[in-house]
Design a protein around this ligand. Sequence first.
Ligand SMILES: [Zn+2]
Length: 392
Amino acid sequence: MIRTLLLVIVVAVLIGAEARASREAGPSLAVAEGEGGTQLGQIGKGVSIAKKANDVRDLQMTDAEEQQLGAAVSERIRTRYGVVQDAAVHKYLALVGGALAQGSTRPALPWTFIVLDTDGVNAFAAPGGFVHVTRGTLALVKNESELAGVLAHEIVHVTEKHTVKSIQKSKAVQMGAAETLSGSAGLMEKAVTATYDNIVERGFGRAEENESDEAGVVLANKTGYAPQGLSAFLTTLKERNKASTEKRGLFASHPEMQERLDRLAKQIASQKLAATATLEARYKKNITYKPVPVTAIATVEAGAAGLAGEEKKADDKKAEEKKEEPKKKGFGLGKMMPSGGGEKKQAQVTASGGARGVDPEKDSKGGPNPNPVPVKVAAADIAAFKKEGSLP
Ligand SMILES: [Zn+2]
C-alpha cells in the first residue's frame, strides 16, 4: 500500500502555497498533541484534546494523514472501477482541475484528477485532493465549462472536508485518546472503509451537496468558466435518467433535480456571476468518448465493490428492471442521500434478494487496470492553458 501511495502522487499544483498556508489547517480537524507532527509535516496549533487513556474520541487527523487516507481510498476506488490508461486525457483533466484548484481554499493540496474506466456516470471526491470522474461522465459532458462545473463541485467536497466531517458526526470511526491515524494500521483500515462507503455507496447529504453546488459555481465562475456549466450537465443527466425517476422510500423526501437547478439559476442571477468561457472546441479536441445509455451499461452486483462482483449484462436484467426500476440513479453530484446508514443496508438487502437495487451508474463494471496515470503539470502549464482559453 505504501508503494502505491508514493506512486499516486501525480499532479502537484504548487501555487501560492506560502500565501495561503494559513488557511490550510482546517478548524474541524484537530490534531492530537504529542503525535509525530514534524515527521508528518503538519503540526496542530495548540489544539488540546482530552488525553485520559480510556477516552474515545471522534476521528482526528492532520493534513498529512488526510492525504494518506485519501490516497488509500483512491486506491480502493481505482481498484473498483479501473483507470483509463491515457496520459493525454489525464493531462487535460489536470489542467482544468489545476486551474480550478488554484482558486480554491486549499490550493496547496497535491490535487490529483483521475479518470475511472467505466461507462457509469459518476464522480467521487476523496479526502486530501483526490478527484475521480468516470469515462461515462466525460462522455456526457459537452464542453469545458461543464467539466469545470463538475470538477469544482467535487473540489469543494474536498476543501470543505465533507467526508471526514460526516464520519466524525456519525461516529462511524472513533479512536483512542492516544491513537493516531497514521500510527494504527487497524484504525486506518477502518477509516478507509468508512470513507469509501461514504463516498461511493452512500453519497453526501443534501446540505453538503448544496454547499458544493454553491461554492463550486462560484469557483468555476471565478476561474473564468460560464457558471451555468454544472446546471447544463445536470440537465443532461436528468434527461438521461428520465425514464427511471421513480421515487420511493428514502428517495421520496429528496429534493427534485429541478429544485436544485432552480437554486443554481437563482444564485447565478443574484450573485451576478457572469463569466462566459465554455470552450466546447477544446473539450471536444481532448475528450472523444461516446455516452452509453443507462440500459446498456454492464454492471456488477450492488455492494460487491468490484472485488468479487459478478458481471451482469444490462440485457439480462431488463425484465427485472421493468418490474422494479433501480432506486438510485446515483451520481456523486446528483445523489442527495441522507448520511445515515439506512440506504446502504437497504441496497444490500435488495441486492441479496436478486438483482434489484442495482444502480447502473454506481454499480457499473469497471476496467481492469487500477494503476494511476501520472502526469506532471506545473503552474506555468496551467498559466499557458488558461491563456490559450482566454481564461483570466
Ligand atoms: Zn456532490
